[in-house]
Design a protein around this ligand. Structure first.
Ligand SMILES: Cc1cc2nc3c(=O)[nH]c(=O)nc-3n(C[C@H](O)[C@H](O)[C@H](O)COP(=O)(O)O)c2cc1C
Length: 191
């Protein structure tokens, strides 16, 4: 099984989460690539059996550059006949969408459109999206939104408990996909 974690992160919260996912997956999955999004990044998504897409929530959505990249990919796949009506699921192709978010105004509802957006992308390709993970992440600048928002005091998040949660969820995915995993292991990091 070949897996990629493609993520964006402006201040480091989502990067921390992505790194924990990577460290957990690489013990179990044959090939795991950890790729931090930059404008130079290009990947062939269909090469991967398990695709994890992550981003901070920015105005309820993924970062603009990540959305632009994925929209371009979708267009190119569509031009090559890979996006077909009804988007049938491709056997053995799975996805997970994750984000970090602060939820200062309406809590988790601020994060749901974002993972829905990423999930829609993967589903158009025919990937079965197994789960969406929403992890709290504080704002990096000093703001009362870190203490006065709907989620209460989020200073220091994602904290150790959040990251243990990420590891446990990742282990759950490994368990579910264990029959597809080969023996040979390789992992790379591009951060
Ligand atoms: C410009 C900007 C816009 C943001 N918009 C939202 C938002 O709409 N909803 C939300 O819950 N958090 C929002 N946040 C908070 C971030 O999603 C959160 O702090 C996240 O953990 C940052 O991740 P990073 O360190 O990986 O960049 C915003 C942060 C910034 C800087």
């Amino acid at each position: 099984m070949k897996c990629v974690i493609l993520y964006d992160s402006i201040g480091g919260n989502t990067e921390k989460v992505a790194q924990y996912i990577f460290d957990t997956l690489r013990d179990a999955i044959s090939i795991v690539d950890l790729i931090k999004f930059t404008p130079e990044v290009d990947i062939e998504i269909f090469e991967y059996d398990l695709v994890l897409l992550g981003s901070p929530v920015i105005d309820w959505l993924p970062t603009k550059r990540m959305m632009d990249f994925l929209k371009k990919k979708l267009q190119s796949y569509s031009d090559h006949g890979k996006i077909v009506p009804s988007s049938p699921l491709i056997p053995g192709k799975y996805g997970i969408c994750f984000c970090t978010y602060a939820g200062p105004h309406i809590g988790k509802n601020e994060a749901l459109p974002m993972t829905m957006w990423l999930s829609s992308f993967l589903e158009h390709l025919g990937y079965a999206v197994l789960d969406k993970w929403h992890i709290v992440g504080q704002f990096h600048k000093e703001t009362d939104m870190n203490t006065q928002g709907r989620l209460g005091n989020i200073l220091g998040r994602p904290n150790d408990a959040d990251l243990i949660n990420v590891v446990n969820r990742t282990k759950g995915i490994i368990g579910a996909l264990s029959e597809f995993m080969g023996e040979e292991k390789r992992s790379t990091e591009r951060v």
